[in-house]
Design a protein around this ligand. Structure first.
Ligand SMILES: [Zn+2]
Length: 238
């Protein structure tokens, strides 16, 4: 599995918002500005046919219409494109396109396959190629919010406070891309304190994401071996 961190920042950050690309064909979350970022970094958005969404906040969904429009204009939606996410994902995508005054969606409707994944569901669809496990996590008042385990290897916490869900994800993955928005975690996001605990308790490496700039700076000063702090564009393989 080839993994690229397209974005590692929080909303108010110099970095792109948290977004991960897996093997060029699956994108996890589609924050504002991410289509342009993919193009700037010479990725080929045309290859994306699986869009996996952790939760409905705008910094995880805002560019879905632009990405779909790009795929439509480049005639890449003439094959199935899967949009997988929590309950309500279909309605969310349709609403966003409506709000943006984009009217192309009905033309490609038969190629867009929405999959509303249930809490703790394990999706093993041969067309999707990946085993996707949806783990409910705690993200303030936002419900449902998921983290995912992909192919029993890669963990993604999504946006989450420290909770049972993130412990399950870290425990059952080789490496987890984990929300580290804050220096100290709160009811919506984890902090350096939470990631330090997870790394130590489960003897795993974590990659910090969704970082505020001050959190990134603090992590860079602390140099904790098991918490990796990477720039946008960083690639690794599992
Ligand atoms: Zn969020």
């Amino acid at each position: 599995m080839n993994i690229t961190l397209i974005g590692t920042g929080a909303i108010y950050s110099k970095y792109n918002s948290a977004c991960t690309l897996i093997n060029d064909d699956m994108i996890v979350d589609v924050p504002n500005g991410i289509l342009k970022q993919l193009l700037r970094n010479n990725h080929i958005p045309e290859k994306i046919n699986k869009i996996l969404i952790t939760h409905m906040h705008g910094d995880h969904t805002a560019d879905i219409p632009f990405l779909l429009m790009y795929l439509y204009k480049n005639k890449k939606v003439e094959r199935n494109t899967y949009i997988i996410g929590p309950k309500g994902i279909e309605n969310k995508v349709k609403q966003l396109c409506k709000i943006y005054h984009y009217h192309f969606l009905d033309k490609i409707d038969s190629y867009i396959k929405y999959i509303e994944i249930k809490p703790n569901e394990i999706l093993e669809n041969p067309d999707i190629l990946y085993k996707i496990e949806a783990i409910p996590v705690l993200h303030g008042k936002e419900k449902p919010a998921y983290g995912y385990i992909i192919d029993n290897q890669l963990g993604l916490s999504g946006d989450s406070a420290f909770c049972e869900g993130v412990q399950t994800i870290v425990k059952n993955s080789e490496i987890t891309i984990a929300d580290c928005s804050r220096i100290y975690g709160d009811e919506s996001h984890m902090g350096i304190d939470n990631l330090s605990f997870l790394a130590k308790d489960y003897h795993k490496n974590l990659i910090a994401t969704h970082m505020k700039d001050e959190t990134r700076e603090e992590l860079e000063n602390l140099k904790i071996a098991s918490i990796l702090v990477k720039e946008d564009g960083y690639k690794f393989e599992l």
